[in-house]
Design a protein around this ligand. Structure first.
Ligand code: CA
Ligand code: CA
Length: 245
């Protein structure tokens, strides 16, 4: 906006507007007939707004006289530029400094577009009645959650993840695929066991026994995992445990 420019909110009480990273302008002198006040209904948000011009003092909910900025509980975060005092606001968070994220709109959009297990299941699983995280509609032994992690087809039992491994002295190295658009509420941990009953995370093991430590690196939709045991030539089992947050 230009310096000293009004946002010009009035008449009909607009609702839930976001002014995102605006430089210049102010909240005064919005005009409009008194009969249609307030100038803005609830959820007016000014995010990282850089004020230029306009009043130095705002009462956003006056009794009398009405003014040119009657807003219902406006919300401010990161109000910069001209210093203003105010009353009647819902919140005025961190005036005088920029807040993170720089753009609330972009942050909300990224959140809405993010893949989650639920969005993955909706677009990938044919039978909605078999879409739970722990179900296995194609009967390949991989739960839907695990298929979402690897990026395999939850409706096809022939589409198994390609997992390779090599063993050298006391180091096991495994490579497995990972979904390039991994749902952001899914995570995997590596565990090891001597007997397929008692499982241990990285760096842990049975009392008085060996420990196994995992290190992983991701490259081109594949993860390489090294599992180093403190005991040479010790047979052990390895598993990938996929969970939903
Ligand atoms: Ca399956
Ligand atoms: Ca499958």
């Amino acid at each position: 906006m230009a310096g000293n420019q009004r946002i010009d909110s009035h008449s009909g009480s607009p609702y839930a507007n976001l002014m995102d990273g605006v430089t210049g302008g102010h909240f005064g002198g919005n005009g409009g007939p008194w009969s249609s006040y307030p100038h803005h209904g609830k959820h007016f948000v000014a995010w990282n707004f850089n004020v230029s011009g306009g009043p130095s003092n705002y009462n956003f909910w006056p009794n009398e006289p009405r003014n040119g900025h009657t807003f219902t509980s406006p919300i401010f975060a990161g109000l910069q530029g001209k210093a203003i005092s105010m009353s009647g606001e819902e919140i005025n968070e961190l005036p005088g400094q920029a807040v993170e994220p720089a753009s609330l709109f972009e942050a909300q959009l990224a959140l809405r577009l993010a893949e989650t297990y639920a969005t993955w299941a909706t677009s990938n699983i044919s039978d909605p009645a078999m879409a739970n995280f722990d179900q296995d509609p194609d009967g390949d032994g991989l739960t839907n959650g695990t298929e979402a992690y690897f990026g395999t087809n939850p409706n096809n039992h022939d589409n198994l993840p390609q997992i390779s491994g090599t063993f050298d002295n006391n180091n096991l190295t495994i490579a497995h695929p990972i979904n390039p658009n991994l749902p952001n509420d899914i995570q995997a941990t590596y565990e090891w066991s001597l007997d397929i009953e008692n499982w241990y995370p990285s760096g842990a093991g049975p009392v008085g026994g060996p420990t196994v430590t995992f290190n992983s690196t991701e490259n081109n939709n594949s993860i390489s995992v090294s599992a180093a045991s403190t005991s040479s030539n010790q047979k052990f089992f390895f598993r990938i445990r996929v969970t939903q947050q």
